[in-house]
Write a protein that binds this ligand. Structure first.
Ligand SMILES: [Zn+2]
Length: 224
């Protein structure tokens, strides 16, 4: 906890330059993306190498981390980033919340992603949606039926409503369109997020991209 607080204080000091410089010798956004897509190809083909999961891998990381990407993914049990990108400990800075919503997570989600960029020098942020997303399904059903949802689920689902609205009237499958729109909204929100992410994107220091994971094929495709 103390190191986290120290890190956040350090991150505040970096706001003047908006984002930490990329780690020396670390991958660029494009290189990180290529590595992750290559890992996903291995995953799809059943040829995973399951890298960096042994004691000799995680012990050195106790002194610090240099993840190559931040993944904002859904909490869905079938969408585990280290598995589907065939990466190991220390590789990915992961934020998971049902429906991979940026806005709905408020300061918690945005602040976590900003921390990765400002303090850890992560060059790549991926908003990762997935097929058959239950949170997006619930948003569609809730909007159609106007039924109350228990607890805070209604509030979470409400954050996905703009994606459902944006996708309405589009040709094709309503759920798939809403899932894609939800990713697009997340990417756009992050790309415009001041004062850390937006300037870093503008300078070309980091990239924020959208991607979709197909539960049936195991494949990840980048969205436009
Ligand atoms: Zn989901």
């Amino acid at each position: 906890m103390a190191s986290m607080v120290a890190g956040l204080v350090a991150a505040r000091g970096l706001v003047a330059q908006a984002a930490a410089p990329p780690s020396p010798g670390g991958p660029t956004a494009d290189e990180a993306l290529q590595r992750l897509l290559a890992g996903n190809q291995r995953f799809m083909k059943g040829e995973t190498t399951s890298p960096r999961r042994a004691p000799d891998d995680f012990r050195p990381l106790a002194a610090g981390q240099r993840p190559m990407a931040t993944i904002l993914g859904c909490a869905d049990s079938r969408v585990a980033p280290e598995l589907l990108f065939d990466q190991g400990v220390g590789d990915l800075f992961i934020v998971r919340v049902a429906g991979n919503v940026v806005g709905g997570g408020g300061a918690l989600v945005k602040g976590s992603i900003e921390y990765g960029v400002a303090e850890l020098g992560v060059p790549l942020v991926i908003v990762l949606g997935h097929s058959e997303c239950g949170a997006v399904k619930a948003a569609i059903k809730h909007m159609d039926d106007r039924d109350p949802l228990p607890g805070a689920i209604g509030e979470l689902v409400n954050r996905i409503r703009p994606a459902v609205t944006k996708a309405s009237g589009m040709p094709g499958d309503r759920l798939s369109n809403a899932i894609r729109a939800n990713v697009a909204i997340g990417v756009k929100t992050l790309q415009g997020l001041q004062p850390i992410i937006a300037p870093a994107v503008k300078r070309g220091q980091i990239k924020v991209v959208g991607a979709l994971y197909d539960l049936r094929t195991g494949g990840v495709t980048l969205t436009a």
